[in-house]
Design a protein around this ligand. Structure first.
Ligand SMILES: Cc1ncc(COP(=O)(O)O)c(C=O)c1O
Length: 374
């Protein structure tokens, strides 16, 4: 699939061509591959990633997904993983081999925060958390032994939009690689590698899969860094299964359609929430303010995403609102075709992942759930 085509076209056609002229991506449901003779075995052992040998190391279905992932993020190479956390932990462990320091945003998905705060220090790393919304915070936190900078483009659950080019410039000035979690935006809205980031990680469980039926992760970036992550994936075994890889390829075919729809509906739901008397604050990148301006610069106007967080005036009414949703599903996760409401570990905040249902039906459901707070 040539670069002359738009991303939407490349996502539909980019996994092929496939053996036997298959239109859908075949699932190579096998643990191992036949070796013709001892020479083939010797070659496979010498170069397991370059030879069909064993599915933890290489599989054609996984390779098809990795081709699509690399193309979507304008990256030379991508890797698929068993989960978003497998992608993030394998990447950070690869960069922090033998210890070293990470500077991370203080607004992170909770399991990423746990990894950085508790697990990586147990393996000898040191971590500084900083408020990446303040331009001077990152340069002040960098040290001579800093090996990585880590942040989310659209933060979870605060929905702040970070200034990716400015953060990349500050890290690169000191020679430090930048790892960006782009799960909320997806490559349809933001492509961090084009903005200078060294590695982009994603929970493919969310928008890439799009149907809430798969758990997977992705890393994309330059050859040298991705090769280091690939070497560690081989021994950690954090590989994706071929079945899941095919599900992510299928999901990514409709990613631009779903993201455009979710962005348009989320903008409407954000406005419903802003106007509601039970609501104290709505965090949505499409609402007026500095986040919207930054989002416009990062996305070029492609949309503001499907995620919004609603802060209620009365924390005591949070449970009543949560229980009152009749269409929007009470469930964790995000990026599904179904709209989901998540409880969130803050006393007065509910987070909504807007799906692809009829937007008027969603507005009605949100309005009546918020009325339960009155
Ligand atoms: C921003 C972000 N990054 C990473 C993850 C982890 O992904 P997974 O659940 O696929 O391991 C999540 C999960 O919700 C997330 O929201």
């Amino acid at each position: 699939m040539g670069e002359e085509h738009d991303l939407a076209t490349r996502l539909v056609h980019g996994a092929g061509p496939h053996p036997l002229g298959a239109v859908g991506t075949p699932v190579f449901d096998t643990a191992a591959f036949v070796l013709d003779d001892h020479v083939a075995h010797t070659r496979a052992v010498a170069d397991p990633a370059g030879t069909l040998f064993y599915t933890r190391l290489q599989n054609p279905t996984v390779a098809s997904l990795e081709k699509v992932l690399a193309d979507a993020d304008s990256a030379p190479r991508a890797l698929a993983f068993a989960s978003g956390m497998a992608a993030i932990s394998t990447t950070l462990l690869a960069l922090l081999r033998g210890g070293g320091h990470v500077v991370a945003s203080d607004q992170l998905f909770i399991a990423t925060r746990d990894l950085l705060e508790h697990d990586l220090p147990a393996f000898g790393a040191t971590v500084t958390f900083a408020d990446f919304r303040a331009p001077a915070a990152l340069p002040a936190a960098l040290r001579p032994d800093t090996r990585a900078v880590f942040f989310e483009t659209f933060t979870n659950p605060g929905l702040d939009v970070l200034d990716v080019p400015a953060l990349v410039a500050a890290a690169h000035e000191r020679g430090v690689p930048v790892v960006v979690d782009n799960t909320f935006a997806s490559p349809v809205l933001v492509r961090p590698i084009e903005l200078g980031a060294d590695l982009v990680v994603q929970s493919a469980t969310k928008y890439l899969s799009g149907h809430g039926r798969a758990v997977a992760g992705a890393v994309a970036g330059g050859e040298e860094l991705v090769a280091r992550v690939a070497a560690l994936r081989r021994t950690l075994g954090s590989t994706i299964s071929p079945h899941t890889a095919a599900a992510i390829i299928d999901g990514m075919r409709t990613l631009p359609l779903r993201m455009t729809r979710a962005s348009a509906s989320a903008q409407r739901l954000a406005q419903v929430a802003v106007a509601h008397p039970a609501v104290a604050h709505v965090a949505y990148p499409g609402l007026p303010g500095p986040n919207r301006e930054r989002a416009m610069r990062l996305t070029g106007g492609a949309g503001f995403g499907g995620m919004l967080s609603i802060r209620l005036r009365e924390p005591a009414r949070k449970a009543a609102v949560y229980d009152a949703f009749a269409l929007i599903v009470r469930a964790t996760s995000l990026g599904d075709t179904a709209s989901l409401v998540d409880w969130i570990d803050e006393p007065d905040v509910l987070r909504i992942s807007v799906g692809i249902e009829d937007p008027t039906d969603l507005e009605t459901d949100l309005e009546s759930a918020l009325n339960a707070a009155l």
